[in-house]
Design a protein around this ligand. Structure first.
Ligand SMILES: Cc1cc2nc3c(=O)[nH]c(=O)nc-3n(C[C@H](O)[C@H](O)[C@H](O)COP(=O)(O)OP(=O)(O)OC[C@H]3O[C@@H](n4cnc5c(N)ncnc54)[C@H](O)[C@@H]3O)c2cc1C
Length: 399
């Protein structure tokens, strides 16, 4: 599927009046930037209101992962729609995102049934996932040594890229397309008239627009509440480590994901490895107050588990650096993507998939602004009305 987003015309095409625009995007993370990009491409004037600076939130705290394998159909489709942008990013955005196509491998001994379901889903969508036995795993990646995994789902498409370069690419294009950035400006209220959202009240004054897009990441719940909506957004703290060259992880090894122990690792260039995982801890976190550094206990535990699961690093592999951030999610781990009320589109709660899905989400936001719906992907599972009834986790792979 080809992304509809194309090259933007010159800035002079889109004049923005001082306080009014067709669309106001709240948040200049990867979701807000991709939405702004697609909105400009569809002929809208766009204002982006960001409390800090572009990419200052979670979008530059990621592992850079792009993967086709997911536990839900809608997530798998969002990746399919986004892939052409990642594969052609340099051509489209004039910045090399340093995309490395490692592929990815979900591994399990205890949850083989859920991997079988995942493989059927992916193959039904044409995403080509190979189901490998323990013997095949050991033959294909001898460097993994003799693993205990009974089964592995291997997708050779996907890998990782540099999120700073991706954010820079979007910012550059959005600026060139004539979007008006309001940096260091905080949205503090939502303007409404007769049940329709008409703009935002900010620390720098009022801005009006036909549509407001809530792309506030972990703070999306606050913006929803300002509009009178109660959507159960939940942020979960997540940590990552880069292990030093001594680990000697070969580039030929794919991104490895052990779903039994909730740990993952991938090569990170020059023999380094990136290691992460919840390790079963997945508690809701206050987005305004969380520790951005890696905890000592988690660092010890994740290195021990990665060594045990993948046999490529050691429990005492040296740590080059590490950081923590938030998966900006919801109670069921799926995002909310909808026109919530007239004049308000919500695009938030992307958990561990916001970077990889941003191009598709941008395109869908532009459709929602124009038509109130989209034909790109069936996004009915992402409507916030799903929280009205009993809640069941819908994509709980945790990654
Ligand atoms: C450790 C870690 C690893 C991850 N790995 C991956 C990965 O490999 N692949 C992947 O696809 N995803 C990954 N993610 C998830 C990814 O980071 C998020 O899904 C994505 O960044 C969400 O983008 P966003 O634009 O919604 O949020 P953000 O990037 O947080 O952007 C929201 C923006 O809104 C602004 N804002 C908030 N409130 C207001 C307000 N009131 N007024 C004005 N501005 C406001 C914020 O300042 C922020 O800049 C990872 C996350 C973490 C923490």
């Amino acid at each position: 599927m080809e992304s509809k987003v194309s090259n933007l015309p010159s800035p002079s095409v889109r004049k923005i009046s001082q306080n009014t625009s067709d669309a106001i995007v709240v948040g200049a993370g990867i979701i807000g930037l991709a939405a702004a990009y697609a909105l400009l491409d569809a002929g809208n004037s766009v204002r982006i209101v960001e409390q800090f600076s572009p990419g200052a939130g979670q979008s530059t705290r990621t592992g850079g992962g792009i993967r086709v394998a997911h536990g839900s159909e809608v997530n798998a489709q969002l990746t399919q729609l986004s892939l052409p942008t990642w594969l052609n990013f340099e051509k489209q955005f004039d910045i090399d995102p340093h995309y490395q196509e490692t592929g990815h491998l979900f591994l399990s001994s205890k949850n083989t049934k859920s991997l079988a379901t995942q493989a059927n889903l992916l193959n039904s969508l044409g995403a080509h996932c190979a189901v490998l036995s323990n013997e095949e795993l050991c033959m294909r990646w001898p460097s993994l040594g003799s693993t205990d995994f009974e089964v592995g789902n291997y997708c050779k498409t996907g890998g990782y890229l540099n999120h700073h370069r991706v954010v820079a690419g979007f910012v550059q294009k959005v600026q060139a397309g004539g979007a008006h950035f309001e940096f260091n400006t905080r949205v503090e209220g939502i303007l409404q008239d007769d049940g329709r959202v008409t703009g935002v009240r900010t620390s720098a004054g009022l801005f009006t627009g036909e549509t407001v897009v809530n792309a506030a990441g972990p703070n999306a719940g606050v913006i929803s509440l300002l509009a009178g909506l109660r959507i159960p957004f939940v942020s979960r703290r997540h940590e990552l480590l880069i292990l030093e060259q001594t680990a000697q992880v070969p580039e030929s090894v794919p991104w490895l994901i052990d779903i039994d122990h909730q740990v993952h690792m991938r090569p990170d260039g020059s023999g380094r490895a990136l290691v992460g995982g919840f390790l079963g801890q997945n508690d809701p976190t206050n987005p305004d107050r969380y520790d951005k550094s890696v905890s000592k206990n988690w660092s010890t535990a994740v290195r021990a588990q990665a060594a045990q699961s993948f046999h490529l690093t050691r429990p005492d592999s040296a740590v080059l650096r590490g950081w923590a951030g938030l998966y900006p999610g919801t109670v069921d781990y799926l995002p909310v993507l909808e026109r919530s009320i007239p004049g308000l589109v919500t695009a938030a709660g992307f958990s561990g998939t916001g970077l990889m899905h941003a191009p598709a989400v941008g395109q869908i936001v532009a459709d929602l602004v124009r038509d109130g719906n989209t034909s790109a992907v069936d996004i009915s599972p992402l409507a916030s009305t799903r929280f009205d009834g009993e809640q069941k986790p819908s994509d709980s792979t945790g990654f």
